[in-house]
Ligand binder design. Structure first.
Ligand code: PLP
Length: 381
């Protein structure tokens, strides 16, 4: 009988070590593997090509997304870069008009110069999806919820439109914000899933990593070739840390969602707050899609205060529990200003983030303590 998500998170790809009985997957800190004769080995030759700790992580990631194939990378951007190497000059990518700043930077500063076309559309509007598709469209690139505006894209509806336009289009979903616990894009009709495992999958702000998961065997073989040929692979300790983080993913995501909903409601009721964006609030424009597609609203909140740029900057420096830092998805709460920090590369582009937008990564601290911290910071601005 197939196991449930919580069981897969702890066991998929992992068995007690056959030689020692160690319950945790060993960190195979080795670059090479002995051969008993030329080409005679136990499945591993050189650690760029494969390492048993990485194999366990790759199998676990695939299982969590309900797919047969997973590959682990040195970072989320390394995963995205490897995927982009499948594009050819003349190909077109229709992307969400709100994507991670690093993704936009890689498209705009690197892959555009190879003759690949990128356009950015409001993918929450299905008419805009239809109008954005071109004869040479190869991929539709979805982030949902988006970073940092937390727009929710209907994966099933967009995949249907894209595949009806041309069955060869591949629908790519960056599932970093939701994680496979909250939503499984491949079961909704997408073709490839990307992760920055640096975020919720690792979950403890102590590792950088990425992943690509797909059901398409031919694509997987090409990606595996590139993983070995270009070599942006994670080390065994990093794989171990992500595997360990994943074991508690379901419980963490439940609490991230519970805490974030409480904080979002608190902010929505606060007189100094102008606007709160959180997919779990019924005021969110795509709340209905979020309810259908995700188990809860996730751990990320964006909001604007009533006040000028100076007040916004003062606020993010005055929280004590919410640390002012880039990144997200760890057990500890973080606060940041995307326009000046994570999304600096979008300034002056059509993806420019409003300077007053404040992004929270709501952690697993006591939710009352988190609300008290925001209350004291808001009281002073
Ligand atoms: C952080 C992030 C990335 C990039 O991942 P790294 O691990 O930092 O390279 C890509 N997509 C999203 C949505 C992210 O938040």
């Amino acid at each position: 009988m197939p196991h449930h998500f919580e069981t897969l998170a702890i066991h998929a790809g992992q068995e007690p070590d056959p030689t020692t009985g160690a319950v945790m997957t060993p960190i195979y800190q080795t670059s090479t593997f002995v051969q008993s004769g030329v080409g005679e080995h136990k499945g591993y030759e050189y650690a760029r090509t494969g390492n048993p700790t990485r194999t366990a992580l790759e199998a676990c990631l695939a299982a969590l997304e309900g797919a047969p194939f997973g590959l682990a990378f040195a970072s989320g951007m390394a995963a995205i870069d490897t995927l982009c190497k499948l594009l050819n000059p003349g190909d077109h990518v229709l992307a969400s008009n709100d994507v991670y700043g690093g993704t936009f930077r890689l498209f705009d500063k690197q892959y555009k110069k190879y003759g690949i076309e990128f356009s950015y559309a409001e993918l929450t509007d299905l008419q805009a999806v239809r109008e954005g598709l071109r004869p040479n469209t190869r991929w539709v690139w979805i982030e949902t919820p988006t970073n940092p505006r937390l727009k929710v894209v209907d994966i099933h509806a967009v995949a249907e439109i894209a595949h009806a336009h041309n069955p060869r289009i591949r629908v790519v979903v960056d599932n970093t914000f939701a994680t496979p616990y909250l939503q499984q894009p491949l079961t909704l009709g997408a073709d490839v899933v990307i992760h920055s495992t640096t975020k919720y999958l690792g979950g403890h702000s102590d590792v950088v990593g990425g992943a690509l998961v797909t059901r398409d065997e031919a694509m997987h073989e090409q990606l595996k070739f590139l993983q070995n040929a270009a070599g942006a692979v994670p080390g065994p300790l990093d794989c171990f840390l992500v595997l360990r983080g994943i074991k508690t993913l379901p419980v963490r995501m439940e609490r991230h969602g519970e805490n974030a909903l409480a904080v979002a409601q608190f902010l929505a009721d606060h007189p100094k707050v102008a606007e709160v964006i959180y997919p779990g609030l019924d005021t969110h424009p795509q709340h209905a899609v979020a309810k259908r597609q995700m188990r809860n609203g996730g751990g990320m909140i964006s909001f604007f205060i009533r006040g000028d740029a100076a007040a916004t900057r003062a606020l993010v420096a005055r929280t004590k529990l919410f640390a002012l830092a880039e990144s997200l998805g760890g057990v500890e709460s973080l606060i940041e200003l995307p326009a000046a920090m994570t999304h600096g590369s979008t300034q002056g582009s059509p993806l420019e983030v409003a300077p007053g937008l404040i992004r929270l990564s709501v952690g697993l601290e006591n939710k009352q303590d988190l609300m008290d911290d925001l209350a004291q910071a808001l009281a002073e601005v």
